[in-house]
Write a protein that binds this ligand. Structure first.
Ligand code: ADP
Ligand code: ADP
Length: 226
């Protein structure tokens, strides 16, 4: 079954600029999918719409079968989003950030504490659990955002440029973590403007340019054609 079904999606912003010109795209459950495109191609707009942060102009989006328009809360609960910018409260302790996030999804505090510990250990942040977010390095903040995106146990993890500004060692350990997560069954979609990043992890890929999907294929096929 499908983790994501996008049909003829259009977005025109208030200033009249059309950022998505009728995008159609399917992502299978269990896939590790890359959305590749240069600056301004429309990646963040697409991610924004899928995660209900941006309103679409036209078209249909289904997340794990739930329609974004008519079943918005179910669709939202299926998604874990790691945005590009550090939108975390820098003055809150790491463990509280996770437990509070779980609270938004109705996860009881006791259960949230168990999940937080698991995620912090997996993401090598357990030692930092009592630190404030602002005391973490850039790579640690990224990993904290991944933990936060997973605390309500979504079916689909979406990462917008996950390794932007992250040094190579941290990047490798993030790739490693994401690959393990995918192997355990998580559907993952990431945006990137580096083919190299997509290449090392992703099974399928769509290339977006000026609001249109110009290629949608397996990574194998793409690489064999280069
Ligand atoms: P909408 O309500 O259409 O989704 P927003 O509220 O996100 O639009 O943006 C309001 C206005 O801010 C836009 O009409 C645009 O003029 C400006 N704006 C915001 N972000 C950008 C951007 N990345 N590029 C160009 N203009 C932008
Ligand atoms: P990407 O993530 O691939 O860099 P974006 O989705 O951020 O691309 O942006 C796609 C296009 O839409 C860009 O030309 C950008 O300037 C424009 N854009 C983004 N947000 C807004 C906005 N709120 N209002 C107007 N234009 C916007």
């Amino acid at each position: 079954s499908k983790a994501l079904q996008i049909n003829n999606l259009r977005k025109t912003y208030a200033n009249g600029f059309t950022a998505l010109k009728g995008v159609s795209l399917d992502v299978e459950q269990g896939d590790f999918f890359a959305l590749l495109g240069g600056n301004g191609a429309g990646k963040s707009t697409m991610i924004g719409i899928i995660s209900s942060l941006v309103n679409k102009t036209d078209g249909d989006v289904k997340v794990c079968g739930f329609d974004l328009e008519t079943q918005r809360s179910q669709a939202k609960s299926m998604i874990g989003l790691v945005p590009q910018e550090f939108n975390i409260n820098m003055f809150e302790p790491v463990d509280e950030i996770l437990i509070n996030q779980a609270g938004y999804y109705g996860v009881p505090r006791k259960e949230a504490t168990i999940r937080a510990r698991q995620l912090l250990e997996q993401l090598e942040l357990w030692d930092k659990r009592k630190n404030m977010a602002r005391e973490l390095s850039g790579g640690m903040k990224r990993r904290l955002m991944i933990a936060r995106a997973l605390i309500h146990r979504p079916k689909l993890l979406i990462l917008d440029e996950p390794t932007a500004g992250v040094d190579i060692e941290i990047r490798r350990s993030m790739w490693d973590f994401l690959t393990k997560l995918n192997t355990a069954g998580m559907t993952i979609i990431l945006t990137t403007h580096y083919l190299e990043e997509a290449e090392s992890m992703c099974r399928n890929i769509a290339i977006i340019n000026k609001g249109e999907i110009v290629k949608n294929t397996s990574m194998k096929t793409l690489l064999s054609g280069l």
